[in-house]
Ligand binder design. Structure first.
Ligand code: BG6
Length: 484
């Protein structure tokens, strides 16, 4: 057998989120969450990929009244709520060491601002954690993965309201106390930077209710930073030995050319992305961001003690999702051209997925090396993978060689960074079982090693089938990354 570069005990596994997986949106006492309100929009009618934001109260009321759509894919997920035993058995068959999942906040507190939790919701996750334990799989649990209780949007306009800090901390303490003997790895907010592009999904903000969108988003983020630091503190107090991390949608930005203007533009774009981990890992607001706030009339209201909380309770490790890299130019006109997914211009050296996400395995190595240079804390890749259309062949097989190629190239580059001494705790590929897409609510954008028979409209048997990549990943784990 080839030699592995991955450390002993490396946490191989897969990643999911409650809102894209569980279904059963109105069972077990669960309240509505923000993503339960996002309707499916067919590709031909989609303006931009990010169609998931609800912007006004009127829009929300119409959705609640059932006007316009009856197709809300995240409400049905893939029915993990009822099929978790079968799914976990398949993860165990692949040899997963860890399974990343989230707790749906409105399953525990249906409205978000109650004091007494919903026992049925707590009991569900007890069953899931017990099942994982039975198979020797460590849960890695995200406290908030786009699952804000809808009531907190309606009553408080989401995280713009300081009171959410207390509600979140109460929720976090409740689950830490309940699961302290079952869960050792935690994450606070999934892709905390998403609010800047999607205020509703990231922070529960209806933008029509605020005067200045950017001001509202950064104020909401301040509340989330404080809530996250308080959760770190509570986690350490309640679960000795537990590790808790932050989570960033990492977007490494390259300069279009070696012109100093392009290099500076790329650096500043990168800083906007690293701002979040600067606060959560270093424990204070970086000076470049204070300048940005000043020049853009953004005033962050802080309470006495906030800065101490941030400084005293940084995260134990830094986790991130990695799907693509960006390119920036110093010329504003070029930046307006439509290019890669979020912003930026296309990279002529890279190919893209069917959804325009540019594929860059070496970018993962660059990301790992730069992040480790900057922070010197353990890193955890908690999302990476290829969204693709899969075809079930006549013999029932799914030959997803493109996914194997994508993942082996990324894992190889991760191994190279590890050889350089970068501390990586683990790798959980996104959507290890096909689930509902966050960005487009499609079922047909598939990431899994396990195929789920369901289409964009909820038709299908929900039967689970192993794809070709299933055995491939099983062998990757069995050889601790030596055979790709
Ligand atoms: C990340 C999210 O943005 O990327 C996941 O944390 C999401 O929830 C994943 O599913 C892939 O995005 P999409 O839009 O292809 O589902």
């Amino acid at each position: 057998m080839k030699k592995s570069h991955f450390p002993e005990g490396f946490l191989w596994g897969g990643a999911t989120a409650a809102n894209q997986l569980e279904g059963a949106y109105n069972e077990g006492g669960k309240g509505l969450s923000i993503f339960d309100m996002v309707a499916f929009v067919p590709k031909e009618e989609r303006g931009h990929e990010i169609e998931m934001d609800v912007r006004s109260e009127a829009e929300l009321e119409a959705l609640l009244a059932g006007n316009g759509s009856d197709n809300f894919p995240k409400r049905r997920g893939i029915d993990f709520y009822h099929r978790y035993k079968e799914d976990i058995a398949l993860f165990a068959e692949m040899g997963f060491k860890t399974f990343r999942m989230s707790i749906s906040w409105p399953r525990i507190f249906p409205n978000g601002d109650e004091t007494v939790p919903n026992e049925e919701g707590l009991a569900f996750y007890d069953r899931v954690f017990d099942e994982l334990q039975k198979h020797g799989i460590e849960p890695l649990v995200t406290l908030s993965h786009y699952e804000l209780p809808l009531h907190l949007v309606q009553k408080y306009n989401g995280w713009t309201d300081r009171r959410l800090v207390e509600y979140f901390v109460h929720y976090a303490e409740t689950v830490f106390n309940r699961y302290k003997d079952k869960v050792k790895y935690w994450l606070t907010f999934n892709e905390i930077n998403v609010s800047t592009i999607s205020p509703y999904i990231g922070s529960g903000i209806l933008v029509d209710r605020v005067e200045n969108r950017e001001q509202a988003v950064y104020q909401a983020l301040h509340h989330q930073f404080v809530a996250s630091a308080r959760a770190v503190k509570a986690c350490h107090e309640i679960i000795p030995g537990a590790l808790i991390g932050c989570m960033l949608a990492r977007m490494e930005t390259y300069a279009e050319t070696c012109s100093p203007d392009d290099v500076l533009a790329a650096l500043e774009e990168d800083q906007k992305n690293l701002f979040f981990t600067d606060v959560q890992v270093r424990g204070y607001y970086p000076s470049y961001m204070n300048r940005y706030f000043e020049e853009n009339d953004i005033k962050i209201d802080m309470l006495p003690g906030d800065e101490e909380i941030l400084l005293q309770h940084p995260v134990d490790f830094l986790s991130f999702s990695y799907y693509m890299t960006m390119v920036s130019s110093g010329s504003p006109d070029k930046m307006k051209e439509k290019g890669n997914f979020f912003s930026g211009i296309p990279n002529p050296y890279l190919e893209a997925s069917d959804w325009g996400w540019q594929i860059d395995p070496k970018g993962l190595r660059i990301t790992l090396k730069k992040m480790y240079d900057r922070y010197q804390v353990p890193l955890f890749i908690v999302e990476n993978g290829l969204g693709a259309y899969d075809k079930v062949e006549e013999d029932g097989s799914i030959q997803d060689d493109y996914r194997i190629d994508y993942m082996s190239a990324h894992i190889e580059q991760m191994g190279e960074a590890i050889k350089d001494g970068v501390e990586v705790m683990g790798y959980t590929s996104w959507g290890c079982i096909d689930l509902i897409s966050a960005g487009t609510s499609e079922m047909s954008k598939r990431y899994g090693f396990i195929y789920v028979d369901q289409d964009d409209y909820g038709n299908g048997t929900l039967e689970r089938k192993k794809k070709k990549s299933f055995d491939w990943y099983k062998n990757v784990i069995a050889t601790n990354g030596a055979e790709l």
